[in-house]
Design a protein around this ligand. Structure first.
Ligand code: NAP
Length: 470
């Protein structure tokens, strides 16, 4: 149910009110609150998982795993806060002989941006939703969160929201630190509201771009961290295709059909030599797969329409035509050649969110470079090869310029939540090439640096008082 504008106004007012107090709580207190949320969610699993299952059609084991990922994520940020790394303290002592002129004493730290609007994703009802990574990172940073629920799982969103709010209140967080709102126009109002200081979004290119444009159209533009999706191309060298054809075909089909292909890291493009048996093996594997339901009617409609554009295209061969039944679609497998792909790149290099992927046949390995040079910004790019393949170094050079995560002999689905993870990439994969939405570095999106010059110790914020001067 969309909120009334009075309710939305109240949520925003409370978030602004809570902002300083939440932001100034010692990091250890915020860590305790995050752990309390995690514990409460774990305890409510028996209640939340069936609710998520009803609303998203995702299977219970997957949802239980995702809930575990979500609570782990909250605890990982708590650990990060305990370590104090979130303050990013850098101290320069005064130096009269500094080459650019006498240097004052400078103490730099990171401070929270203020209230953050988070747009929950449809395809991860826990891990990228109400209590997901964006919420965990923003709360850890010291920012109140106003969460725009995804209409694909409204009841789960409200129930999760209650658990988060109760746990926060029990931890002494100020009222207004967290709220859940519903509705399209409410989402737009959030992005435009002067009290919101940053936005995190996971979803479609169209939706993300529309909201990004709103964020930058404000009289006071704010950062908009949109994670918009990706083709996740996989490049297989001739040597790898000869040595491990069966393994590559099996890994590919498992990866692109996982979760009914509803992952932003699904491999949507596989480049293989035209002479290899990988395609044949993949076809056999796809034919043996059963149907799996898609998340909701909107995703199904989007999938059907993008898929129709591809299957009806002259440059596409339909190797396996998926069938839409009561239990959802069976997977589809398409193929084309490098020259056709490049001639029709506008249509063929588009993400098709669901269980479909495109095998591209190349005649010579040099063509891998031609394709790599044409792809837009990606969350991931993968090479299956041999360390000694001559094509690999120039190929990696192209891919590093275009992708946030570059994989070797693996599959892009499955994004580990860990300090070194980077789940991001150049536009159009995201709207902010500098940042990740997964892993502990995700906290940086909600912090800004401030430096204190020659400030007496007693007037400094606590984290800047104690560190030894370098
Ligand atoms: P979506 O349509 O982009 O919706 C995401 C959120 O943005 C929803 O809360 C939606 O609100 C809001 N929104 C979208 N357009 C808006 C607009 N013009 N103004 C205000 N709010 C707007 O994404 P989705 O429903 O999750 O899935 C649709 C497609 O997104 C999929 O088919 C897939 O292509 C892509 N997708 C990508 C990822 C990823 O990981 N990057 C994840 C999931 C989906 P309302 O729903 O209330 O309108």
């Amino acid at each position: 149910v969309p909120m009334s504008s009075t309710e939305l106004e109240a949520a925003l007012g409370a978030a602004a009110e809570a902002s300083r107090r939440w932001g100034r709580l010692p990091a250890a207190d915020r860590a305790r609150a995050l752990r309390r949320i995690a514990d409460a969610l774990d305890q409510a699993g028996h209640d939340l998982v069936p609710l998520a299952q009803r609303e998203t059609q995702l299977p219970a084991p997957r949802l239980r795993g995702e809930l575990a990922r979500t609570t782990f994520q909250l605890r990982l940020f708590a650990r990060e806060l305990d370590g104090g790394a979130c303050h990013g303290v850098i101290v320069d002592r005064a130096d009269p002989d500094w080459p650019t002129g006498p240097r004052p004493e400078l103490r730099r730290m990171l401070i929270p941006l203020g209230p953050v609007a988070v747009f929950a994703a449809s395809n991860f009802p826990f891990a990228f939703s109400v209590a997901g990574g964006d919420t965990a990172a923003a709360l850890a940073a010291g920012c109140p969160v106003v969460l725009k629920a995804h209409p694909g799982h409204p009841q789960l969103s409200d129930r999760t929201g209650e658990i988060v709010s109760t746990a926060l209140a029990a931890s002494g967080a100020p009222e207004g630190t967290f709220a859940v709102v519903h509705g399209v126009s409410e989402g737009r109002e959030l992005v435009l509201n002067p009290r919101i200081r940053a936005v995190a979004f996971t979803g479609s290119h169209t939706g993300g771009r529309a909201l990004f444009d709103l964020a930058v159209s404000r009289p006071d533009p704010i950062p908009f961290y949109g994670e918009l999706g990706s083709l996740n191309p996989v490049f297989v060298t001739e040597r790898a295709a000869r040595a491990r054809g069966a393994e590559i075909a099996a890994g590919y089909v498992d990866s692109y059909t996982l979760g009914a292909g509803q992952f932003c890291t699904k491999p949507g493009l596989l480049l293989v030599p035209s002479t290899s048996d990988i395609t044949e093996r993949a076809v056999a594997s796809v034919l043996a797969r059963s149907a799996a339901p898609l998340l909701n009617a909107r995703i199904s409609a989007g999938y059907a329409s993008t898929l129709a554009t591809l299957t009806e295209h002259d440059a596409i061969d339909v190797l396996v035509a998926g069938v839409m039944g009561e239990d959802g679609p069976t997977p589809t497998l398409l193929s084309t050649s490098v020259s056709a792909l490049l001639a029709h790149r506008d249509v063929l290099l588009a993400e098709c969110f669901g269980p479909t992927s495109l095998v591209v046949h190349y005649a010579s390995e040099r063509e891998l470079l031609d394709v790599a040079a044409e792809i837009e910004g990606q969350l991931t790019a993968t090479v299956h090869g041999d360390d000694h393949d001559e094509i690999v170094p120039p190929l990696l050079e192209e891919l590093v310029e275009r992708a946030g995560r570059v994989l070797w002999n693996g599959w892009p689905t499955g994004v580990s939540v860990t300090p070194a993870m980077h789940h991001g990439g150049p536009y159009p994969a995201t709207t902010s090439v500098l940042h990740t939405s997964v892993g502990t570095e995700a906290i940086r999106r909600f912090l800004r640096p401030v430096v204190f010059q020659n400030m007496p110790t007693r007037l400094l914020p606590e984290p800047l008082r104690t560190p030894p001067v370098a």
